[in-house]
Write a protein that binds this ligand. Structure first.
Ligand code: EPU
Length: 421
């Protein structure tokens, strides 16, 4: 298994491009199943999760061709070979469950393995199931698989999600595009990745209103057609690299960066003493002066502070002046990075969903273990500012969500190398 070695090396300077969003691409790709015409995605990120989704879609009969060094994905689902999403692929990546809505909509049936829990929480699918049942699906659990069918097709309905789940919103919106009649989805998630999905579905001929608000209305149509769509900027990759100069000093420009994707996060950076300036090409980030100040953070659905930046923010808070309280409200077990940061000298107390971080002057390099995607990059950020060498083990998590991390951070002057294992 590969590991990454980072050595604290002073300020970072330069400009790096931000890729297309993993979590947008992972919901745009299954949208191919809704149409027998080709769907082309541009600005796709080069990530192992995208390869896993390609593998899953191919197993269902779709053609997926990666072009231009992986940045263009040509998808075509002329015929669906099977409606069964096998456990062997689904267990690798939870986002596999995003084929459920499209398969039900087009084929009126789907057999999708339940993904099981993961390092950050149990992550059940009850919200997806209840919502799709409201659209007329009959769903039962057999042998670890959800067996869903909608004889005669799905029917539009009004439904309020019990929680604004990102994945459930995506599944329902995709399913409802081909349902008979109108679907009104209340308490829908408002994440930019959902807005991006709706923009693409609209290009494919779907009739949808209200994306980016908590009520999305979908008027079912008979068929969708082909389209070409650029994947929206990855706000989590953006936020992660914005934290690099915040932690190490220096000035970094994030090409393609947009404040509107990360307003709550930018407000916290401002309070911590980090300046974020809009430029013609993106965002420029630097410390305003001296040591970063501790700020409290509560993770919330969009437009709140994203859970996917909590671990990286904790890395910043480890060396901030004062005490920061970080509350994780989305996932029940998303502090696995805290004990690893403590091995580097951080002072953190975790109680349930709250982590209290007492800032120390400097962290010290250590061998650490990545437990999930965002945790791994938080350890890299911490290592960039630590004294000496940090070895981050189990980096396959990192490759799921950050393309060419050594290249990007290396371009800013970071001392970072991958050791093949
Ligand atoms: N939940 C339920 N029942 C459900 C669905 C969700 O209880 O049926 C709970 C989950 O267990 C969790 C919370 O609701 O505690 C939020 O889950 P949500 O469904 O909103 O998340 P998701 O769709 O599974 C996506 C991203 C995650 C990101 C979350 C929250 C993708 C592929 N994944 O997951 O991204 O953390 O939204 O914003 O879009 C990551 O990229 O590192 C990552 C984990």
């Amino acid at each position: 298994m590969d590991s990454i070695i980072v050595t604290g090396n002073g300020p970072l300077n330069g400009a790096i491009p931000i890729a297309g969003a993993k979590n947008a691409c992972l919901t745009l790709m299954p949208a191919t199943l809704l149409s027998d015409e080709p769907l082309t995605l541009t600005n796709a990120p080069r990530l192992s999760d995208i390869k896993t989704m390609s593998e899953l879609l191919r197993s269902l009969g779709a053609e997926v061709t990666s072009m231009q060094d992986g940045q263009v994905l040509a998808l075509s689902s002329h015929t669906i070979a099977t409606t069964k999403a096998d456990y062997e692929i689904v267990r690798k990546m939870r986002a596999s469950n995003l084929v459920l809505g499209p398969l039900l909509a087009r084929e009126h049936e789907a057999i999708v393995s339940l993904p099981g829990g993961c390092a950050i929480g149990a992550r059940p699918m009850d919200i997806h199931i209840t919502a799709l049942e409201t659209l007329g699906a009959e769903i039962e659990l057999k042998d670890g698989y959800l067996h869903a069918k909608a004889p005669g097709g799905l029917k539009g309905a009004t439904h309020e999600l019990r929680f604004a789940s990102v994945g459930a919103t995506e599944n329902v919106v995709m399913a409802a595009t081909l349902a008979k009649g109108t679907t009104v989805l209340k308490n829908a998630a408002r994440e930019p990745e959902i807005v991006d999905l709706v923009h693409c579905l609209r290009k494919m001929g779907a009739q949808i209103e209200g994306e980016g608000t908590s009520t999305i209305t979908i008027q079912g149509v008979d068929r969708l057609h082909g389209a070409t769509h650029p994947v929206v900027t990855d706000r989590i990759e953006l936020g992660t690299y914005m934290l690099a100069p915040a932690i190490c000093g220096g000035e970094v420009e994030l090409l393609g960066g947009r404040i509107d994707l990360l307003e709550a996060f930018c407000e916290k950076l401002d309070a911590a003493g980090i300046s974020v300036e809009e430029t013609e090409k993106g965002l420029k980030v630097a410390r305003k002066n001296g040591r970063v100040k501790a700020v409290d953070v509560v993770t919330e659905p969009f437009p709140g502070f994203p859970t996917d930046l909590q671990a990286q923010m904790m890395a910043l808070m480890c060396t901030a002046e004062g005490t920061a309280v970080l509350e994780e409200k989305i996932f029940e077990n998303r502090f696995m990075h805290a004990p690893e940061l403590m091995r580097m000298g951080a002072s953190i107390e975790v109680q349930g969903g709250t982590a209290t971080v007492h800032g120390v002057e400097r962290l010290k390099g250590a061998p650490v273990m990545a437990t999930d995607l965002r945790a791994s990059v938080s350890l890299i950020l911490a290592g960039l500012a630590a004294e000496g060498e940090t070895i981050v083990n189990r980096v396959y998590h990192l490759d799921r969500g950050y393309e060419r991390v050594e290249e990007k951070l290396g371009a800013l002057g970071a001392k970072i190398e991958r050791v093949k294992g």
